[in-house]
Structures are given as structure tokens and as C-alpha cells.
Design a protein around this ligand. Structure first.
Ligand code: UT7
Length: 359
């Protein structure tokens, strides 16, 4: 059975950001509250669509792998903020990156989406159906944000990350995985005013990200820790064998709780929530890319990753890194310039959300 090595990695971080001090001009909050409760210092706001973020991240991953986009068999995009639903967003990414021979599909498992997609693409490679895939996670979470609600407005941001998978004979890539969904409690994290269950002929207000933060917090720690335990057992690994932990970036306190359950030292944990906030499916894809860029992931590293999100979906993955930690080539792909600040970008949405609030 072939393995699915990660041979390329890339990201796309939109340039405009909103700091905690700036967001306190929008909602009743403080830098101190956000920092101590979440670890977030700023979040990015995209001036372009999810498809554009995804395309730039994918181009970087493809150059890094040194492959020709035309040889890619599958483009899989994990997102809960698709640019378009029909046609799917992955088809636009496939076109943008020139992967004209590839199948293209979107997948939505919210914050667990990247690990779900990695599993699906790996399985296709292992089954011998395909040889090369690009797995992307891209989100424009600020599109959903209700800027009148301080509990959710401060948490989310936009961005994208991607990896290239290639069939190979030696054991590396995704070597252990467990995904699941606690659907009984799916209502504790959901987005309102979106989807075909609405009467589209009646006015629909701004979407709301509704969640029971404390409840999700507890379930996230328990769900991710248990999934990691299962994967460690599946892969016959001990806690000491973990070289790097790449967790979903939803809350620094959740990351620290998992870290302490897995007995992993600070220097082995990839944390970038401070700069980007929660970018849903994209957090792990971006964090994985930055962990290689920063030298945290070394050749043959044992990486544990875990995610938790709406559904309530959860996932844990054991990834064995290959030999190479440097790109074969570097893409010059960038987003179009952005001439607005983060606050300027969200200003129309802020006004609409506040106008829609009951007075
Ligand atoms: O990726 C999957 C989705 N992830 C999540 O949903 C994250 C999981 N949950 C969390 O990260 C945390 O529960 C939150 C960061 C969302 C909230 O932290 P918390 O420590 O659980 O706070 P809390 O919800 O219990 O609220 C504590 C207080 C409340 O005031 P009272 O009732 O104690 O007077 C809130 O109204 O903090 C208040 N509060 C805020 N205050 C200032 C809520 N949001 C804010 C805010 N600024 N932005």
C-alpha cells in the first residue's frame, strides 16, 4: 500500500488586520479580556474571497513540492465559508491554480475540516485511486461575524493553508487518524440565517455565530485529548514520541489544557492564535506550514494534530514528516493589494449589524 507524503506546504495570510484595541472600538471589550481568555491579540480580515485565499496557499504548496499543477489528481478544499456553493469553490481553485486534470471538491467539517480532508485525500492515495492531491483549508470567517456580538466577534479571522500529498513507498504522511462527530450537541455551535432551510423570499438578517463557549471549551478539551489517545494507541506511540503538537487554534487555554493532558513541553507546541485568531479549518493548515517554516518540524518528526468544531466534529491525526523541510521552489503568488485597514474593511458590516440590533 502506498503512503501519502506531505511534499509541499503553503499559506495565504491576508494583509489587513484588526488588533484587540481596534476591535474594542466596535464591541464592548478590552485587550485584557481577549488576551487572558483566549490568547488572541489580532485577527486578519480578508479583502478577497475564500477561493482567492485558497488559490494563493495552494500555489505556494505546489511550488514547494516542485510538482506541475497539471499532474494533480485531486483538489480538496476544506471550508465552511465557500465563495460559492454551486459551482463548488474547489472548482474555481482548480481553475486558478491550473490543476486542469484534477477532481475538485469542497468539504465542510467546520474547524476539523483540514484533518478530515487530509484523511480523505490520504485514503484515496493509499487505495491507489490517485497519486497527487492538494489539500487546502481556507476560511473567511469574518464574513459570518455579527459585529454587534462581543462574545463571538473577537474570536475569528481569515486565512488559508495548503499541503501537497504524493504517493510514495516509505512510511510517512498521515499514519494514524481518528475522526468523529457528536451530533447530539450540534446546536451548541451554529450559524444562523444561512442555508436552504430559510425562506429566501423573506428578509434574512445578518448571520450570527451562536455558541455556548464554556460547554464547547470543555468538550473540545475532552474530545481532542481522547482522540489523541486513540491515535497514539492506533500508531503504537508513547507520549514521549510526540515531537510537535499542532492543535486547532481556537483558544490558548484549550491548547494548554490539551498540551498538559499529552504532557508536551511548550517548545513542542505550535501556537499562532495570537496573530490570527480562530480561522476555523485553516488554523491547522496554517500552523503546520509555519511549524515547518520556523524549524519546529524537523526531518522525520512525529506530529500530533487535533481539532474540534461545529457538528460537533472532532479529529486527531498522527503525521510522520518526511526528509525535506525546505521548499523545492518558491511561488511568487500574492493577493491583489489591499488599500484599506481592517477596520475600514469591516465598517459596512459593522454598521449593518448594529442597525439590525433591536433598539
Ligand atoms: O473552534 C471551535 C469554536 N470555538 C469556540 O467556540 C471556543 C470555545 N470557547 C471559548 O474559547 C471560551 O468559552 C470563550 C473565549 C468563548 C469565552 O471565555 P469564557 O471564559 O468561557 O467566558 P464566558 O463565556 O463564561 O463569559 C465570561 C464573561 C461574561 O460576563 P458575566 O456573565 O460573567 O458578567 C461574558 O458576558 O465575559 C463576558 N464576555 C466578554 N467580556 C468582554 C463575553 N465576551 C466578552 C468580550 N469582552 N469579548
Amino acid at each position: 500500500m502506498p503512503y501519502a507524503h506531505i511534499t509541499g506546504w503553503g499559506k495565504c495570510i491576508p494583509p489587513a488586520s484588526i488588533s484587540n484595541d481596534e476591535i474594542s472600538e466596535i464591541v464592548d471589550t478590552t485587550d485584557e479580556w481577549i488576551t487572558t481568555r483566549t490568547g488572541i491579540k489580532a485577527r486578519r480580515v480578508s479583502h478577497v474571497s475564500t477561493a482567492e485565499l485558497a488559490s494563493v496557499a495552494a500555489k505556494h504548496a505546489i511550488s514547494c513540492a516542485g510538482v506541475d499543477a497539471k499532474d494533480i489528481d485531486l483538489v480538496i478544499l476544506a471550508t465552511c465559508t465557500p465563495s460559492t456553493v454551486v459551482a463548488n469553490t474547489a472548482s474555481l481553485v482548480q481553475k486558478n491554480i491550473g490543476a486542469t486534470g484534477a477532481a475538485a471538491m469542497d468539504t465542510n467539517a467546520a474547524c476539523s475540516g483540514f484533518l478530515y480532508a487530509l484523511q480523505a485525500a490520504t485514503a484515496q492515495i493509499q487505495a491507489g485511486m490517485i497519486k497527487k492531491a492538494v489539500v487546502i483549508a481556507a476560511e473567511r470567517m469574518t464574513w459570518y461575524v455579527n459585529w454587534a456580538r462581543r462574545d463571538s466577534a473577537v474570536l475569528f479571522g481569515d486565512g488559508a493553508g495548503a499541503v501537497v500529498l504524493e504517493a510514495a513507498e516509505t512510511p510517512a504522511g498521515l499514519l494514524g487518524t481518528k475522526t468523529g462527530c457528536d451530533s447530539e450537541d450540534r446546536d451548541i455551535l451554529h450559524i444562523t440565517n444561512f442555508g436552504s432551510n430559510l425562506n429566501k423570499y423573506e428578509p434574512i438578517g445578518p448571520s450570527d455565530l451562536l455558541f455556548e463557549g464554556r460547554e464547547i471549551f470543555k468538550r473540545a478539551v475532552k474530545g481532542m485529548s481522547e482522540a489523541c489517545d486513540d491515535v497514539l494507541e492506533q500508531a503504537n506511540l508513547k507520549l514521549d514520541d510526540i515531537d510537535v503538537l499542532v492543535p486547532h487554534q481556537a483558544n490558548l487555554r484549550i491548547i494548554q489544557a490539551i498540551q498538559s493532558r499529552l504532557k508536551v513541553n511548550d517548545e513542542k507546541v505550535m501556537v499562532n492564535i495570537g496573530e490570527y485568531g480562530n480561522t476555523s479549518a485553516a488554523t491547522i493548515a496554517i500552523a503546520l506550514c509555519e511549524a515547518v517554516e520556523q524549524g519546529l518540524i524537523k526531518p522525520h518528526a512525529n506530529i500530533m494534530s487535533a481539532a474540534f468544531g461545529a457538528g460537533l466534529t472532532w479529529a486527531a491525526s498522527y503525521i510522520k514528516w518526511g526528509e525535506r523541510v525546505t521548499p523545492i521552489a518558491v511561488s511568487d503568488a500574492t493577493l491583489p493589494p489591499c488599500d484599506k485597514t481592517g477596520l475600514e474593511l469591516v465598517a459596512p458590516a459593522v454598521k449593518a449589524c448594529k442597525d439590525a440590533e433591536p433598539s
